[in-house]
Write a protein that binds this ligand. Structure first.
Ligand code: ADP
Ligand code: ZN
Length: 601
């Protein structure tokens, strides 16, 4: 036990002692329960009341309950002139009048209570905050916030810009509405749903909407609250949370920041963290103990799906994972519309303009923009929010305290639009490549944009030509930036490393370089070729190594030349496509084809 723990233990001991003393002092005063006047009369008529003291403002006394125990009660008097007659009739052994308690006496009583309250408050809250920013109230109890979705209903209409995520959650809503139906059909419902995506994209809102749509209670807690205190508390909080929810089933349990407990067990500093691990284990126990017909769905959210312990993702646990992405332009407009409902907007305040100016903003940022704009408009005593207010609000949110890393400037957005257009066009003009399914400049994870190609058939063998094409496509992004801006950015580094890896494997694994010949320079069991490993007893000569380097370089450079040629030859189309992509942010296969067609390609 270290020094800090000792201090804490001492403090708890002291607190406990205080509590005991308090209870003792309270125990000597009989505890009076307040009952309605009607209940008092009923007991009186039943002959259970033994003793009554009547004051002008209060009637108190004692009665015997069903088990014969003496209970103290009090009640507020009503005008009842025959009361004394009834006392006599029902054999109340002792009744008496009483003067109003002196003002001073009750005053002192009240002050005492208030002082006591402040002392306890100081003791538990202030002291704890000083001791380490931790809270000690209600330890062991789940601090879950319960929202009864019957009262304040959040629905899918309140969530915009993530239609695919909503689509996937519809089934969960169905299940919550009709758990028995699913049970009868033998359908397996997911126990847990993991929502992942950057902060502020509406994960909490979605979970709440699931409860709202299904009309079931919503229990929410943050995983970081589970692990904040003493060992063992997290686990008992989890247990408590599930118990509460089971009583209210069907219900939705929402756990935010799942990564706080669900982090991969061996990730992070120092290996194990006892408290976290116990909490995680308890969570796994609860998840595994779910019965199909219990009608409870656990929804968790994280913005770090990559660090979640794989144990949590196994079937029967969080077996449904739903991406909640940063919204594209259309999505942003829809989100703005949702939040604009709450404020008065001037007719000229075009939300499409706002959507265009806010690439990279998440739902929370957009809600903030509307909020700020309303404040600005109010400060200027305006009748309604106008476009300039919205524009100023965008600036404020962008510069604001929670500046988001995924917010892009116009210039950056333009560069990314050219970069992705480059990939797309090279893919389009190289024969035999997979069709481009989608191109997007809405950032996803680390990538600022992406070009998605989907093969028509599954392929098991890849030809030399295929790989060369892929390399050219990869290098097309950088080539387009070069063409349009005469400079290159760091955005292509991932493309370059992929292209280099392809070239390296062609030379060292697939025997696809004539110069090096059909050799495999890969040692068995060795995943990736590394120059260093090759040196150590691989048995390859210095000359071979040098040749490998040259060949890799040649292949990559060839790819780059091919990409440059294609893009230079179709410069106009590149500009058109980049412009369109800049405007729309996402284009699907048909839209890309339409642009190519319009340009006469
Ligand atoms: P997360 O849980 O993903 O961090 P939240 O659900 O807590 O994000 O979002 C915070 C707030 O931002 C919400 O209460 C809502 O006002 C707004 N918001 C976020 N995403 C959306 C969205 N897709 N549609 C409408 N409002 C949103
Ligand atoms: Zn790229």
């Amino acid at each position: 036990m270290d020094k800090k723990n000792m201090k804490q233990t001492a403090m708890w001991g002291f607190g406990l002692l205080m509590m005991l003393m308090l209870f003792n002092s309270v125990k000597t005063v009989p505890v009076e329960t307040e009952i309605p006047y009607s209940a008092f009369k009923a007991r009186l008529r039943a002959g259970a009341v033994t003793e009554v003291r009547v004051r002008p403002d209060l009637i108190s006394g004692q009665y015997r309950d069903e088990k014969g125990r003496v209970q103290s009660f009090r009640t507020l008097p009503l005008p009842d002139p025959k009361l004394v007659e009834e006392f006599e009739e029902h054999k109340v052994s002792n009744f008496q009048g009483e003067r109003d308690r002196s003002g001073l006496y009750s005053f002192a009583l009240n002050i005492g209570g208030i002082l006591l309250f402040f002392f306890l408050w100081w003791f538990f809250v202030i002291r704890q905050v000083q001791v380490g920013g931790k809270q000690a109230l209600s330890f062991g109890r789940s601090k879950a916030r319960i929202v009864d979705e019957k009262k304040k209903k959040t629905t899918f209409e309140d969530v915009a810009g993530c239609d695919e995520s909503k689509e996937e959650l519809h089934e969960v809503v169905d299940f919550l509405k009709n758990p028995d139906k699913y049970q009868k059909l033998g359908g397996k419902m997911p126990h847990g749903v993991l929502l992942f995506g950057p902060p502020g994209t509406g994960k909490t809102l979605l979970a709440r909407a699931v409860a709202g749509e299904a009309g079931v209670p919503f229990f929410s807690a943050s995983a970081s609250e589970f692990v904040e205190m003493f060992v063992g508390v997290g686990a008992s909080r989890v247990r408590d949370l599930f118990e509460q929810a089971k009583k209210a089933a069907p219900a939705v349990i929402f756990i935010d920041e799942l990564d706080a407990v669900g982090r991969h067990r061996f990730a992070g500093i120092g290996g194990g963290h006892d408290e976290r691990e116990q909490t995680l284990n308890q969570l796994l126990i609860e998840l595994d103990g779910f019965e199909q017909n219990q009608g409870i769905i656990l929804i968790a959210a994280t913005n770090r799906p990559d660090v979640i312990d794989p144990a949590l993702l196994r079937p029967g646990r969080f077996d449904r994972q739903i991406n909640v992405p940063v919204p594209d332009k259309k999505g942003r407009e829809a989100i703005l519309k949702v939040h604009a409902k709450a404020v008065k907007m001037a007719p000229d305040a075009d939300l499409a303009v706002v959507a265009r100016r806010t690439p990279g903003f998440a739902g929370a940022d957009l809600a903030n923009v509307i909020n700020e704009a309303a404040l600005l408009a109010a400060r200027k005593s305006k009748e309604a929010v106008e476009l300039p207010d919205l524009e100023e609000a965008i600036e404020r949110v962008m510069a604001g305290p929670q500046k988001r890393s995924n917010v892009m400037s116009e210039k950056e957005k333009k560069v990314v639009a050219y970069h992705e257009s480059g990939h797309t066009l090279v893919a389009k003009f190289l024969p035999g490549t997979d069709p481009v399914h989608k191109v997007s400049i809405v950032s996803r994870g680390h990538a600022l944009g992406y070009t998605l190609q989907l093969p028509i058939d599954d392929k098991y063998l890849t030809s030399r030509g295929d790989i060369l094409n892929r390399m050219a496509i990869l290098l097309g992004g950088r080539a387009a930036e070069e063409l349009a801006f005469c400079e290159i950015t760091t955005g292509a580094s991932d493309d370059l490393s992929k292209a280099t890896a392809y070239a390296t494997r062609m030379v060292t694994e697939f025997g696809m370089s004539e110069k090096v010949g059909p050799l495999s320079l890969k040692k068995p069991d060795q995943e990736i070729f590394l120059g260093r490993d090759l040196n150590q007893g691989g048995g390859f000569s210095e000359r071979t190594m040098q040749m490998v380097d040259e060949e890799v370089k040649r292949l990559v450079t060839d790819g780059q030349t091919k990409a440059r040629e294609i893009l230079a030859a179709h410069r106009q189309i590149l500009d058109d496509l980049a412009q369109k992509l800049f405007d729309r942010e996402v284009l699907n296969g048909e839209e890309i084809d339409a642009i190519l067609l319009a340009a006469g390609a």
